[in-house]
Design a protein around this ligand. Sequence first.
Ligand code: ADP
Length: 359
Amino acid sequence: NEEKKEEKKEDTKKMEAPAPKKEQDIKSKKEKRAAGAVHNQKNNEHMLIEGSNILGRFEVKGIIGGGGFAQIFQAYDKVRKEDCAIKVEHSSQDIRRMKLEICVLLALRGSTGIPEILGQGKWQNGDIKSHFIVMQIVGKNLSDVRRSLPHKKISERTLYRAMLQILKALSLLHGTGFLHRDLKPSNCCVGAVDCSRIYLIDYGKRAHVGRVSRSAPLIAQSFLKGLSRQYLEYGGIVRKPRAGVGLRGTIRYMSLDAHARHDLGPNNDLVAFLYTTIECGDGSLPWSYEKTQDDIMKLKQTHTGEKLCAKQPKMTKAAEYIESLNYHNIPDYEKLTALIEECNPTDLKPSEPYEWQYR
Ligand code: ADP
């Protein structure tokens, strides 16, 4: 039981850490804001109340979850005549995070694996002021799905097909010039209607624009003014990495580069993708029960390639490819997709239901 508690705790533990001296002041303000969010949630104050009519279109049904900063509500969309989700953050939170998420959702609108954005705005419930995004509702996240399965693992007949969908969403995201920076099982959700669809959620991680495709960034440019530092030349040239950046993301899934506070590139999202795949298939990661960052880092250093993939040997080539990438490389998503497709059992039919569809 203790182990379980620890596992759950670590999984959701996020870090917006004190970093270099220069950033100290900004961080302490951030910490205050974060503390405000926790305070709100502790007091159980819901930022939206049941029955509220948002934008004359969305009727709030109730709360369905909470992340590090946000409350997530289920609502009924009177136009589309179906349920949707509203992600709400207290107005004391840094609004740039939500603006960034809106920017990403708009840039990726219509892409498979990305929840569709349906609206956004500000709301006041009594004294509580908030800002919100309305989006397509998704189902359970892969962390909860895995825990609900008999061996607390996702079988190979399902796992790699699900992860291929996440890889596709990630490649689209990177193609627009954004990084995710907090990829983990609880940010990968099955579809609410079609649960053979997997969605990548939670795009508000102050991801700087790493590289830009020729077509996508116009929308990003207009939204991003002032949100992130100016990005490099057009057309896919990687910016110079910054030194000593703050630690962001979830410790269990972050790459060694992130621990070392190096500036992050798409390769670091792929490392988180690799750890997510290993955890979902094995039931845990070698460092799942470690308590200190140092111990976690040591195990990440010693568990790479074949050793990391000891229980999923077919993943070794993909792991080695991901580990071979650095900040300056543009990942070859087609190559990685092919390596992960090879992990599927040879007798697998594409139409075979996902493990959770039998239940
Ligand atoms: P935060 O940015 O505060 O971490 P997230 O966006 O990660 O918040 O959301 C927290 C949780 O809320 C997710 O793990 C997921 O279970 C649920 N959630 C988020 N977005 C949706 C959605 N569109 N539909 C249904 N549930 C969602």
